[in-house]
Design a protein around this ligand. Structure first.
Ligand SMILES: [Zn+2]
Length: 395
């Protein structure tokens, strides 16, 4: 005998229990689906982008070569009228008499803006650099390639070119806020950033970007302000015991943001102290004397000058100038800063001992790592290296 199907009474009517169960299952699944959609929409919301940053990716030079890996549009900046829709190709941009030539075609005096259909389709050298490129005549002669991208993408790519990824998380976050402030000060001044150590290193799209993006999100839009003005937040690798007041490193007026600060946290840097063996020939060249005329050499820490005794008297040269001229003569860099500690004889050669790596102003990267190891968070680290500033979220 068949068992009668169980009945459920709802809204005054009888329903089969199976039907009620099926309806409940469908409703539950739908509810779960929409909840998931909502959560995934939250987690996949587009990251904050910040203002547009311009980076000099190549040039100035009379001719520049790069590649487009997707179709792209070509526009003049003035009229913004599309001139052509390009296909993936190698591109040669050349400076002509009064205009720019683009794969042999004259596109007027420029600037010319290229926008790719796919993300990061423009490749300069071996790295994809941007989705939009500007080709402009340089004030220094020749033409240049300027990549346009949003601030947070720019920072995510620059971060690990500026600071080792193995550094403490809070040190990396402090570096990000400093770098964001530095770059944003450029943007506000209407300037183009260099892609090398004249601004921040910009390697283009990198595989390590995902980890850096996480850190960008945690500090997104945060910059340093002093008296309501965005700080050009200088930073360097290793101070060697004390960061420098800005006027001592760069000249100009003192600043309450860069007064110089004792820092004993960078002792794990391989450049905390360094030794550079000096060659007589290049020392003489830097001093603009004949090698045979050089009879003695000493440091004067008071005036930050190197003093050479020669057969005809004394020649003095500021440390920074000596370093620059010596490197120009030797064709390679052996001194990591212009802070010299001592000169000593080692056999037949002279060894110069120096302090730290970089200009010494603002945040000391190894010091930031040391402070983070001792338990400070990124806001504490920023307060340590940039007194008289506050962190504000601008986007
Ligand atoms: Zn330091």
């Amino acid at each position: 005998m068949t068992k009668p199907a169980p009945q459920v009474t709802l809204f005054g009517r009888d329903f089969s229990a199976r039907v009620v169960l099926a309806v409940a299952l469908v409703a539950g699944t739908l509810a779960l689906f929409f909840t998931y959609r909502k959560v995934s929409a939250l987690s996949s919301r587009p990251p904050r982008q910040g203002p547009l940053v311009r980076v000099l990716c190549a040039g100035p030079a009379p001719e520049l070569r790069f590649a487009a890996q997707s179709a792209y549009t070509v526009q003049t900046l003035s009229g913004r009228t599309p001139l052509a829709l390009g296909e993936p190709m190698e591109i040669v941009a050349r400076q002509a008499e009064q205009s720019i030539q683009f794969n042999g075609a004259d596109v007027g005096p420029g600037p010319v803006r290229l926008e790719a259909k796919e993300d990061d389709a423009f490749v300069v050298g071996r790295a994809p650099v941007a989705t939009a490129l500007i080709i402009a005549r340089s004030t220094k002669g020749g033409i240049e390639l300027i990549g346009e991208l949003d601030m947070e993408t720019y920072l995510a790519r620059a971060l690990f070119a500026e600071m080792p990824a193995s550094f403490e998380r809070e040190a990396l976050k402090a570096q990000l806020v400093a770098a964001r402030s530095y770059a944003y000060a450029y943007v506000l001044a209407g300037k183009t950033l260099f892609a090398d150590d004249r601004s921040l290193m910009y390697p283009g799209k990198t595989e390590r970007e995902a980890k850096a993006r996480e850190l960008c999100e945690e500090t997104a839009g945060q910059v340093l302000l002093h008296d309501g003005v965005v700080v050009t937040a200088y930073f360097h690798s290793t101070c060697g015991g004390h960061t420098l007041p800005i006027e001592r490193a760069f000249g100009g007026a003192p600043s309450p943001v860069f007064p110089g600060h004792e820092c004993t946290y960078c002792q794990h840097s391989p450049r905390y102290r360094w030794d550079a063996p000096l060659e007589r020939e290049h020392v003489a060249c830097a001093l603009r004397i004949e090698p045979d005329d050089l009879t003695g050499l000493r440091l004067d820490p008071e005036t930050q000058r190197l003093i050479a005794t020669t057969t005809t008297g004394e020649v003095a040269l500021p440390f920074a100038q000596f370093r620059q001229r010596y490197h120009a003569s030797a064709g390679r860099e052996i001194m990591f800063s212009s802070r010299f500690l001592e000169l000593r004889e080692s056999g037949a050669s002279l060894v110069l001992r120096g302090i730290g790596f970089g200009h010494g102003v603002g945040l000391c990267q190894y010091g930031a790592d040391g402070l983070a190891r001792s338990g400070l968070n990124y806001l504490d680290i920023l307060r340590f290296y940039y007194p008289s500033t506050e962190v504000r979220t601008l986007w």
